[in-house]
Design a protein around this ligand. Structure first.
Ligand SMILES: [Zn+2]
Length: 107
């Protein structure tokens, strides 16, 4: 399954996923219109080095501080770049399962 990069169309302040995030989804599935975490508008971005052109491994993304979500059959997302203390499964509306953005900001 290809991985797509998304960014919030407007302010992402307060969103646990940060300004940009990645989602692995079936190629036939429509681009997400809303952030799976905060519900605000997002747009798919094609960035050299990211997305379908040159997929990065989950470990690479993790090292770069990206959060990558993989949608599961039950409608929840799996955080495949989860770091220590983060839940692997992101359940909308359950704050305990959201990625901890602050741990990933290094500067
Ligand atoms: Zn968001």
């Amino acid at each position: 399954m290809p991985t797509y990069s998304y960014e919030h169309a407007g302010k992402a302040a307060g969103c646990k996923l940060g300004p940009a995030f990645e989602v692995e989804q079936p190629i036939r599935e429509a681009a997400l219109a809303r952030c799976p975490e905060c519900g605000r508008a997002v747009r798919r971005v094609i960035t050299p080095g990211f997305g379908i052109a040159a997929p990065k491994s989950n470990a690479d993304l993790k090292g770069l501080g990206f959060t990558k979500l993989v949608k599961r059959g039950d409608g929840n997302y799996e955080n495949v770049t989860a770091i220590d203390g983060e839940s692997r499964i992101v359940k909308r509306g359950d704050a305990r399962t959201l990625p901890h953005l602050r741990k990933k900001i290094r500067d």
